[in-house]
Design a protein around this ligand. Structure first.
Ligand code: KIV
Length: 270
């Protein structure tokens, strides 16, 4: 039997996450429903109800068409399943175009779900909006680097932080968002050196995805890490389970047993 690090026994809050910087790496995965959220409960400090669900669960080509209604529905399900992790609501594309709209949507998240924080993509240009939210009592996770909601504007997914000027721009973004009150920051799709410099520059924890082993925590999309999403596999994804193969094997066995009338047997009949 393999030995794992201890499970999480107490409810995680924004203070727990802030206090982990420099002490213990933070674990975060995505979840989109109660069934899997229940499985993840106590296993990780944070759950992100990511707009990645638009791709991995709804079969869309990118995250851009996810809506507030959809995200609220999935977040309610996740909150029904997981009681210990800090649950973060990923604000969908177009839901934070102005300070007023962002605040109205964030208030909706707090009143209709038990999520404890929201996540917003964008650099220093979003700092005033983040400040507006945090001043009104909303806990914000910032998200810089490769930003999937910019995929159409950028013409694809591009790794950032490749030269000194870009690293300095990213550090400026990170510092502006931290000053605006973000309590944590996702760093996505960047050179490890850029993530290291940003993590060192900040007092709030960074959570990396495709950003190397230098951030204060890591996040993975659950359907990627468990091998259920097969459309493509980015370099940074490690598959901890070959989920799709396991399902196909099990379904093959079920098909065989139904066709041969081996199922249901005595044990599974009244
Ligand atoms: O939507 C999502 O799952 C995300 C992660 C990739 C950080 O934003």
């Amino acid at each position: 039997m393999s030995i794992h690090t201890p499970r999480i026994e107490k409810r995680v809050t924004v203070n727990t996450i802030a206090a982990m910087k420099g002490k213990e790496p933070i674990t975060m995965v995505t979840a989109y429903d109660a069934l899997f959220a229940q499985l993840f409960d106590g296993e990780v400090e944070m759950i992100l109800v990511g707009d990645s669900l638009n791709m991995s669960f709804l079969g869309k080509a990118d995250t851009l068409s996810a809506t507030m209604d959809q995200m609220i529905y999935h977040t309610q399900a996740v909150c029904n399943g997981a009681k210990l992790p800090l649950i973060v609501f990923d604000m969908p594309f177009g839901s934070y175009l102005s300070e007023e709209q962002a605040l109205a949507n964030a208030v909706r998240v707090y009143s209709e779900t038990d999520a404890q924080a929201i996540k917003i993509e964008g650099g220093a240009e979003r700092a005033p909006l983040v400040r507006h939210l945090t001043h009104h009592g909303i806990a914000v996770v910032a998200h810089i680097g490769l930003m999937p909601q910019s995929v159409r504007a950028e013409g694809g997914y591009h790794i950032v932080g490749k030269d000194e000027a870009d690293i300095e721009r990213l550090i400026d973004d990170a510092l502006a968002l931290q000053a605006a009150g973000a309590f944590a920051m996702v760093l996505e799709g960047m050179k490890t050196e850029a993530a290291r410099r940003i993590t060192e520059a900040l007092t709030i924890p960074t959570i990396g995805i495709g950003a190397g082993n230098v951030t204060d925590g890591q996040v993975l999309v659950w359907s990627d890490m468990f091998g259920f999403f097969e459309t493509f596999k980015p370099k940074f994804v490690k598959r901890y389970l070959n989920g799709a193969d396991r399902i196909r094997e099990a379904l093959g066995q079920y098909r065989d047993e139904v066709k041969s009338r081996a199922f249901p047997d005595e044990e599974h009949s009244y």
